[in-house]
Design a protein around this ligand. Structure first.
Ligand code: ATP
Ligand code: MG
Length: 557
């Protein structure tokens, strides 16, 4: 089979669906996204969400949201709520009610009893270590459990007593009776039920035996009328077992499992276990820390839903695992923000300029559009005698390399405002320029100077007296190496210790008024977003989303 890496619209899964519809094997498409509520979703899940919801949309079908909640000790309502939030934010809507695998516990239990009655399942008393020995290896067949030939009556009795709580955890399991010599280890009498005396977030204390993933997933698919059960490649070897349960149980549907390659990104870990460790160890401030590759973290960082969906389209869907360059994700983000983010002004390293031919109390409002192409409205900016520009936009001496050419005797255009000409400057004891004196050139608002001496550059600025102090959270990559997962030692050893710097900057006053999660391009500085939780008019807080250009990407570690 050839490997087809194409965009989600006509990837190999979509082709299979198209063929199934054309041949009448299915009359409509139903997919599902089946997260385990044991952590927040990450960028890899976004790929799965875009694929599952995407193909359903493409073929006029439906996509269910089903929580795969068979592992209660690691699961919680917090995760369930966060996952729902993430999917909605990405712009997808699940069909009907939310489903839980735990909704099917009664039915699954009935089907387990059915398999026992058919002689297809048995209660086994081997402990974990013994079971491992009996299981054999990849090159050697396993050995039948000494409990494999228990009578149907004894199995029914023992399974009922397992359910009633008579035995300790680990004392007994229910196994499917398939083939201990199968070359596929998953078919060597796999476990169906374990005893676990724990509270479940959905079913409370009703159960003390829980079905495992393999005994749950395919039957849940069948119960929901799923036609195409799309999962990642690590489940490929589980497919024969998925099919075995479907064939040997009186299930109402005939779902088929298809596998695709999971997303791996460099400079990023995409494993809930490792992300949880970053949270639990306090390396980041939580699952939604803007440095996290979680959907909630990306959202807080300033990613837009469209940028995430575009990225998933760009990387396509293939039958093999691969490593994706994080630059592709950054490109999708920057491209979307470049096209769509409003522009505003913020000075991070300020240098005061006094415009000496203006009155002390000069206050003029200049109006500026938020975007040069899109109609994103406009705002008024106060223009005063004292303004702030970036330190790098003035030099004591003229030089060819210095592009803006703002030096004594030279002119600069203040963005959306007038042309000014530097006259002199002041330095501190260390020799740093701390103040520039300038004159405003009359009649230059939206016009070139009448004397024909045009400025060489345009700089961003804010009023020194009317600006707003804002907190900027400057983020870099969380890891210093491209493959933190695969290096020697612990992935934690490769955490970038300087991935967050907090500075005060000075913005036009309008930025205090914007809603949390508003994206901006701060002109000539980068893309920023008003923090989802901490931003307010009293204390504006913006997160660095990403630098303006690939070569000076501020996220580079
Ligand atoms: P993790 O390995 O990060 O803990 P998981 O596979 O255990 O993730 P689930 O909640 O079981 O997480 O995943 C829900 C769905 O998302 C599954 O169908 C899974 O195959 C898919 N998925 C998980 N990680 C990725 C990934 N990196 N790329 C694509 N799909 C993924
Ligand atoms: Mg999983």
């Amino acid at each position: 089979m050839t490997d087809t890496t194409t965009s989600t619209a006509n990837n190999f899964i979509a082709k299979i669906i198209q063929e199934d519809l054309a041949a009448g094997r299915v009359s409509s498409v139903v997919t599902r996204f089946p997260p385990e509520p044991n952590g927040y979703l990450h960028v890899g899940h976004a790929k799965s969400i875009c694929l599952n919801f995407g193909v359903a949309e493409q073929f006029g079908g439906a996509c269910n949201l089903r929580f795969d909640d068979t592992n209660p000790e690691k699961e919680s309502q917090e995760y369930i709520d966060a996952i729902k939030d993430d999917i909605t934010w990405l712009g997808f809507q699940w069909a009907g009610e939310i489903h839980y695998a735990s909704n099917y516990f009664d039915q699954l239990h009935e089907w387990a009893v059915h398999l026992i009655k058919e002689g297809n399942a048995y209660v086994c008393d081997l402990n974990a270590e013994q079971a491992r020995e009996y299981r054999g290896t990849l090159t050697e067949p396993g050995t039948n459990s000494p409990y494999r030939e228990r009578s149907i009556e004894e199995n029914l009795d023992l399974f009922a007593r397992m359910k009633a709580g008579e035995f300790d955890e680990g004392a007994k399991v229910l196994r499917a009776k398939i083939d201990m010599a199968s070359p596929n280890m998953n078919l060597r009498d796999p476990i169906m039920y374990r005893i676990r005396k724990i509270h479940h977030h959905q079913t409370g204390d009703k159960w003390c035996i829980y079905p495992n993933y393999d005994f749950t997933h395919g039957q849940s698919d069948a119960l929901e009328g799923i036609t195409h059960s799309i999962c990642t490649l690590e489940f490929e070897d589980h497919r024969p077992l998925y099919e075995w349960f479907i064939e040997n149980l009186p299930v109402p549907g005939n779902p088929k499992q298809y596998e695709f390659g999971r997303l791996n990104l460099d400079y990023t870990v995409t494993s809930k276990r490792k992300l949880k460790a970053l949270v639990d160890d306090g390396v980041v401030a939580g699952w939604n820390d803007p440095r996290m590759p979680t959907i909630a973290g990306m959202r807080r960082r300033g990613f837009t839903p469209r940028s995430v969906r575009n990225f998933c389209d760009m990387i396509g869907v293939s039958r093999s695992d691969g490593m994706v360059d994080v630059a592709m994700l950054e490109h999708a983000l920057r491209d979307d923000l470049n096209k769509n983010a409003p522009r505003a002004m913020c000075v991070i390293n300020p240098l005061k300029v006094v415009i000496e031919n203006l009155d002390e109390d000069h206050l003029e409002m200049v109006s500026a559009d938020y975007h040069h192409e899109l109609d994103l409205g406009s705002r008024e900016m106060p223009f005063t005698r004292e303004i702030l520009i970036d330190q790098d936009d003035f030099k004591e001496e003229y030089s060819k390399k210095f592009k803006k050419k703002f030096t004594p005797g030279k002119r600069i255009r203040l963005r959306h405002s007038y042309v000014i000409e530097a006259t002199s400057y002041e330095k501190d004891e260390q020799g740093n320029v701390v103040l520039v004196r300038a004159n405003l050139i009359e009649g230059t608002l939206g016009e070139n100077p009448a004397d024909g001496v045009n400025p060489k550059g345009v700089v961003h600025w804010v009023s020194a007296t009317q600006c707003k102090d804002i907190e900027l959270r400057l983020y870099e990559r969380l890891f210093t190496t491209a493959a933190p997962d695969k290096c020697d030692g612990d992935f934690m050893d490769h955490v970038n210790k300087d991935s967050l710097k907090i500075v005060t900057a000075y913005s036009e006053p309008a930025l205090g008024q914007v809603a949390p999660e508003s994206n901006f391009q701060f002109e000539r500085e980068g893309y920023y977003v008003a923090d989802r939780y901490d931003h307010s008019a009293d204390k504006p807080v913006f997160n660095l989303t990403i630098g303006l250009r690939e070569d000076n990407s501020l996220t580079q570690g």
